[in-house]
Design a protein around this ligand. Structure first.
Ligand code: HEC
Ligand code: HEC
Length: 186
């Protein structure tokens, strides 16, 4: 019951701040989302059955309202089969999870693999050589990380250190990190 109330509270307030994010609601959403992975992908950004619908870019409110429409049977497509799964509590948990998973994974990845040199909120210059990563938007961060990977970006003699870190990242990790960096206060 507590979980239900928390989920509904999120649903109603549309609270998205990570610190305010309820761990258990997020976890429920994560479990429910396993049913969605075959079509939408682990990170919710694959094309479901070839349709150009990247649900990882939708806000929590948009996801909830689309899922509510499916739950009400306003669909003939693939999502109609999901309607029976979608009660209000589950819609709330799924929306919280889908809308926040990127910020959370990006934050975890950054804390684990980047913050040692760039600071907790990407607010430090690494070795006094790099710019402040938190100032970059998603596009800039993606481009720079790719360019470190292919060796075409460098401030100077410290570039190889960063190149090694960048090469160790998968495409999906670059995407998650860039989205996280974009989300930091500018
Ligand atoms: C069998 C494949 C399949 C599964 C499983 C599936 N989806 Fe979908 N989903 C689709 C397709 C295809 C669309 C595109 C709309 C359509 O044609 O029905 C879609 C559309 C959506 C949309 C609306 C996207 C938009 O921008 O309009 C949301 C939100 C969504 N799905 C969430 C989910 C969630 C959450 C789950 C798990 C509970 C899920 N889907 C499971 C195939 C699937
Ligand atoms: C061992 C320390 C270290 C770690 C760990 C590290 N970096 Fe760096 N980073 C640096 C240094 C040093 C530079 C400047 C390199 C140069 O000379 O070009 C840099 C530069 C950057 C830049 C370019 C900023 C600018 O000035 O334009 C970005 C973006 C960046 N790092 C992101 C990351 C990310 C994301 C991670 C985690 C996957 C990470 N770094 C991990 C040391 C590190």
């Amino acid at each position: 019951m507590k979980r239900l109330l928390t989920a509904i509270a999120f649903f109603l307030t549309g609270a998205v701040g990570l610190s305010a994010l309820d761990g258990e609601g997020f976890k429920t959403g994560e479990d429910l989302f396993k049913r969605c992975i075959p079509c939408h992908g682990r990170y919710a950004n694959e094309k479901p059955m070839g349709k150009d619908k990247d649900i990882s870019r939708l806000s929590e409110t948009e996801i909830a309202s689309k899922l509510r429409a499916y739950a009400l049977g306003r669909s003939e497509g693939a999502m109609a089969a999901q309607a029976s799964l979608l009660n209000q509590e589950r819609i709330a948990a799924l929306s919280v999870y889908i809308a926040n998973m990127h910020a959370r994974y990006g934050e975890e990845l950054f804390a684990l693999r980047c913050s040692g040199c760039h600071g907790k909120d990407a607010s430090k210059s690494a070795f006094g050589r790099s710019g402040i990563v938190a100032k970059l938007d998603e596009k800039e961060a993606t481009k720079i990380l790719r360019n470190y990977q292919n060796g075409s970006y460098a401030h100077g003699s410290t570039a190889n250190t960063m190149k090694g870190r960048a090469i160790a990242l998968s495409d999906q990790e670059v995407l998650e990190l860039a989205r996280y960096i974009d989300s930091l206060n500018k």
